[in-house]
Ligand binder design. Structure first.
Ligand code: NAD
Length: 267
């Protein structure tokens, strides 16, 4: 069975690095035109767009802060201007600002919520508006549009020292389900992916050294740290009609991290 997203247009926020970049590449490989959103550093996003174009695909890089309402509107306007439509949103942008709760500044709390939760809402809202305008084009997909929120295993696993991040991802979980319930009848499919530990810049302090990896593996029953391609593959599946009956679900791609690994030989 071959997945094809030929003729479809995907927007990936935070698409210039890590999971977002792998998702953009994977979507382009199966034929989607891709808008690679970046926050402040254009160069890697433009490089990735060039790489996709060199391989015969269609791609552009567009800067925008997903927590900024006007910037998000412009991001979507540029997407439509470039490719004429939108079929897939991967709301992937996210960041961490860690601190013990009693020392966490309001600035760091707000920044994480603004990007990880409000940013995903603003992008989902803009995508839904566009999908409602377009309706279903049966030649492209059974759905009028697909949204994939990048959540985390921390939408269910509490995470000491990261209360802003865990709260943002817990929020993404119920936001996704509520949006999915609201627009499913319009044939808009909304789901989340909850990655476990995937080696990227966001966790380089842990995944970038032997000791950190060894400790991390204790939390992963499958005994390997995830690759960005593990998530890119899940994105392609959730964006395709192969998952057409999957609505309002979080797909955990975590090597079993949510299986209470501490109970494996204990309790
Ligand atoms: P990353 O740091 O490489 O990617 C995050 C991206 O978000 C970056 O490209 C960054 O520029 C972008 N971004 C940050 N603030 C932004 C803003 N205001 N506007 C637009 N873009 C912004 O790390 P990653 O691991 O690839 O993270 C991608 C997503 O996956 C995040 O939502 C993260 O929470 C989630 N996630 C990652 C892991 C993991 O283990 N790597 C696990 C669970 C969830």
């Amino acid at each position: 069975m071959k997945i094809s997203l030929d003729g479809q247009v995907a927007l990936v926020t935070g698409g210039s690095s890590g999971i977002g970049a792998a998702s953009a590449k994977a979507l382009a490989q199966v034929g989607a035109a891709v808008v690679i959103n970046y926050h402040s550093n254009a160069e890697p996003a433009e490089q990735l767009a060039d790489e996709i174009k060199a391989a015969g695909g269609r791609a552009i890089a567009v800067g925008a802060d997903v927590g900024d309402e006007q910037a998000v509107e412009q991001l979507f306007a540029k997407t439509i201007e470039a490719f004429g439509r939108l079929d897939i949103l991967v709301a992937n942008s996210g960041l961490q600002r860690d601190a013990p709760s009693h020392e966490m500044t309001l600035k760091d709390w707000n920044m994480v919520i603004q990007t990880n939760l409000t940013g995903q809402f603003l992008c989902a809202r803009a995508a839904i508006q566009q999908f409602l305008k377009q309706g279903v084009n049966a030649e492209l997909s059974r759905a009028a549009g697909k949204i994939i929120h990048m959540s985390s295993v921390h939408e269910v696993i509490p995470w000491a020292g990261h209360v802003n991040y865990a709260a943002s991802k817990g929020g993404v979980s119920l936001m996704m389900k509520t949006l999915a319930q609201e627009v499913a009848e319009k044939r808009i499919r909304i789901n989340s992916i909850a990655p476990g530990a995937i080696a990227t810049a966001i966790n380089e302090d842990v995944t970038g050294n032997e000791e950190g990896r060894r400790e991390l593996l204790k939390l992963i029953p499958y005994k390997r740290v995830g690759d960005v391609e593990d998530i890119g593959n899940a994105v392609v599946w959730l964006a395709s009609d192969l998952s057409d009956y999957v609505v309002g679900t979080t797909l955990f791609v975590d090597g079993g991290m949510c299986l209470y690994p501490g109970f494996q030989d204990n309790g």
